[in-house]
Design a protein around this ligand. Structure first.
Ligand code: NDP
Length: 333
């Protein structure tokens, strides 16, 4: 039985990841660490976690912990991942992997040196819808992919309107929160890397301290695909979607940019559109299942540390493009 420690008494951990780790036949959440003793205790009681620590160091010093899930605010990811791999723990870290590209690269290098598994929790790769879309593209169902459209403008619910909208130093803003997921999902579905980007941001009343709460932009992939994206915290009634248009057909993922195992996929070609069946599965449970397997030496995490680096590189390039009103080349590994 793999024993997990959870670093950060977070909402995502409470709503999705602690239940997902506990749902596996081969893993259990053994401990949580928070910077507050009181919150650690409350979280442990709420989620039935046996041990609550008021420091990350205390959790990492526990030799029976095999792996840690890190979902603190973004400015802590790098230091906590480096500490965890130094303690010999496998690490599944939330996105964005770090606030800087060099920081994210340091994390990947440290995990490789320590011989532990590092994964990035880009959940959308685990969606049956996105997996089906990738499969169709790889099978040539739409011919040569030419363009993609990502509709990921949502409304940030009141209980999450904290650091995301008012703390730049915590990695707030819609680009590091949502565009980084778009980048990862596009990279996954297309099997290609982003070469350059351009973007324009807006503040529509939610972002503070100069943080953007909406962004639209374009990514150009190395093999020529152009992808448009719209991400926001401010649109309560927009639908989400992910489309890929090829020379011989188009794939439509509707209501698929979500944490929930929902949405549909259809394929339009030869003058007709057909619904493509997908077998939905909890995205976070699949993420943990793949990670547990990777610890056993079976395959890789759904999104590796290197994926976290590359998807962050795209998001940082989008931010720079918006700030400078330029086309920005995306750094490669
Ligand atoms: P939260 O704000 O809920 O939690 C982040 C940290 O804030 C916690 O680790 C905790 O710190 C502190 N905190 C939480 N509640 C309180 C409180 N009431 N008072 C004071 N401090 C508090 O963040 P999220 O769960 O929304 O996001 C956490 C991470 O997960 C981010 O990196 C985010 O980008 C990522 N994320 C990923 C998603 C995905 O689908 N892949 C979805 C949502 C988020 P402490 O460590 O001290 O306990």
């Amino acid at each position: 039985m793999l024993r997990w420690g959870v670093i950060g008494a977070s909402t995502i951990g409470r709503e999705w990841m602690v239940p997902a780790i506990g749902a596996q036949p081969d893993s259990t959440v053994a401990a949580v660490a928070s910077s507050s003793q009181e919150r650690a205790r409350w979280y442990a009681d709420e989620l039935d976690i046996p041990t609550a620590y008021a420091s990350v160091a205390d959790l990492l010093a526990e030799p029976t912990i095999d792996a840690v899930y890190i979902s603190s605010t973004n400015e802590w990811h790098e230091a906590q991942v480096l500490a965890a791999v130094a303690a010999g723990k496998h690490v599944l870290c939330e996105k964005p992997l770090a606030l800087s590209l060099n920081g994210a690269r340091r994390m990947v290098a440290a995990a490789a040196t320590a011989g532990v598994v590092l994964g990035t929790n880009h959940h959308l790769r685990n969606a049956a819808t996105h997996r089906k879309m990738r499969e169709l593209i790889q099978a040539g169902a739409i011919g040569r992919p030419l363009a993609a459209r990502v509709f990921h403008a949502v409304f940030l619910p009141p209980h999450l309107q904290g650091w995301r909208i008012d703390r730049p130093e915590a990695g707030g803003g819609v680009i590091l929160d949502i565009t980084v997921h778009d980048a990862d999902t596009l990279r996954f579905a297309l099997g290609d890397e982003v070469a350059e980007v351009t973007a324009m941001v807006a503040n529509q009343g939610m972002g503070q301290a100069g943080l953007e709460d909406a962004v639209m932009g374009v990514m150009r992939f190395r093999d020529g695909v152009i992808a448009q994206f719209h991400d926001a915290f401010t649109t309560p009634h927009a639908s989400t979607g992910f489309e890929v248009h090829g020379a011989d057909g188009s794939i439509f993922g509707r209501e698929v940019m979500t944490q929930r195992p929902t949405g549909t996929v259809s394929l339009r070609r030869d003058g007709r559109e057909e619904d493509i069946p997908v077998e939905h599965e909890n995205l976070y449970e699949r993420s943990v299942r793949c990670f547990n397997a990777a610890i056993r030496g079976e395959g890789e995490p759904a999104a590796t540390g290197a994926d976290g680096v590359q998807s962050l590189a795209v998001a940082l390039a989008v931010r720079e493009a918006a700030e400078t009103a330029q086309i920005v080349r995306v750094a490669s590994e």
